[in-house]
Design a protein around this ligand. Structure first.
Ligand code: PBG
Length: 338
């Protein structure tokens, strides 16, 4: 009966190769390894670890614990860590005046982490939002984010990070021309080896919600009440795809070494297009909201957390990612035998 139903293709039984683990491994098209992971990590100015309520399993770490985490990353085979600061509200202002503080928590964390595990790459977000009281990535005037004035601040911040020992600058602000400005400033300061991974196609997304809690940032997003500026005026419209190609082309031309698509899973079509169009190292950020969804459903017993985590990470590889920035990095690396 069954073979008759396959006629006229009696030899085509795709299940044949799925019958045992050894044959599935033999024909597997993509592999995930700890080397594909960039550990997304929040550092805070105080001592110890402080849980992020919306991200069960993720803690904000002190500088000391961040250094220990770098040692753990080395042990697990995780190549790099991306750090994000939670800044005390008293040090936030309208222009992000403390973003380039050479003794701030980011500079201290970079130095401590590079001391503890020099073999682990450190990536820093170049963006003002952790340091502004309004939570935006730029300087505001008359209800608009100023492009050039913001870039000036970003260049100061990026140079501070590079001088502290940061290996990869990751501008996440979406101002026009910031990659070129950073690249020129690095060259001028004799920091030509500092890499840039640009948040090239960064969308105005609801999936950043838990991150705002994690870094203690103002509630933003599209049309948040009481906030004069909409992130849609600088981050990308989720409806667009061709525009992502233009953004990536621009950032590569301006000197980005690697490019990123963000968020991750809802934008795998963009990852695929970018990877195929440019053949440049393409990364995706599995953002806080993506983590929270898997963690919450897992905690409720609605999905299998481990399997959903690994499946989502593999999906990024299948889509064409060189690597994934993820809060799951240590957990996934442990599962991968790290
Ligand atoms: C801000 C920045 C954001 C994230 C990383 N850098 C939020 C935003 O742009 O609003 C989000 C990270 C996450 O959600 O995990 N420059």
């Amino acid at each position: 009966m069954r073979s008759a139903s396959l006629a006229p293709y009696p030899a085509l039984r795709l299940r044949r190769l799925r019958q045992a683990d050894w044959t599935r491994r033999l024909v597997r098209e993509n592999v995930l390894s700890p080397s594909d992971l960039i550990w997304s990590m929040v550092v805070h100015e105080g001592e110890g670890r402080v849980p992020v309520a919306a991200m069960p399993g993720v803690d904000r770490l002190s500088v000391k614990l961040a250094a220990e985490a770098a040692v753990e990353a080395r042990r697990l085979g995780i190549p790099a860590i991306a750090i994000f600061p939670q800044i005390d509200g008293s040090r936030k202002d309208a222009v992000g005046g403390n973003a380039a503080d050479p003794d701030g928590v980011i500079a201290r964390a970079v130095r401590a982490m590079k001391d503890a595990a020099p073999e682990v790459g450190i990536m820093c977000d170049v963006a003002l939002d952790p340091f502004t009281d309004h939570g935006h990535d730029g300087v505001i005037e008359d209800g608009r984010i100023l492009n050039e004035a913001t870039i000036e601040r970003l260049v100061e911040q990026g140079l501070m990070q590079a001088k502290a020992g940061c290996d990869i600058l990751a501008p996440s602000d979406m101002m026009d021309g910031r990659v070129g400005a950073l690249r020129r400033a690095l060259e001028a300061e004799g920091l030509a080896d500092t890499m840039i991974m640009s948040y090239a196609a960064k969308y105005a997304s609801a999936f950043y919600g838990p991150y705002r809690e994690a870094i203690g940032s103002a509630k933003l997003g599209t049309g948040a009440p009481g906030n004069p500026v909409d992130k849609m005026t600088y981050q990308m419209d989720p409806a667009n795809s061709d525009e992502a190609i233009r953004e990536v082309a621009l950032d590569l031309a301006e000197g980005a070494d690697m490019v990123m698509v963000k968020p991750g899973l809802p934008y795998l079509d963009i990852v695929r297009r970018v990877a195929e169009t440019f053949s440049a190292p393409t990364f995706a950020f599995q953002v806080s909201g993506e983590y929270a969804m898997i963690a919450a459903a897992g905690a409720n017993g609605w999905i299998d957390r481990d399997r959903a985590m690994m499946e989502s990470l593999m999906a990024f590889k299948r889509a064409g990612c060189a690597g994934i920035i993820t809060y799951f990095a240590p957990e996934a690396a442990r599962k991968l035998g790290g």
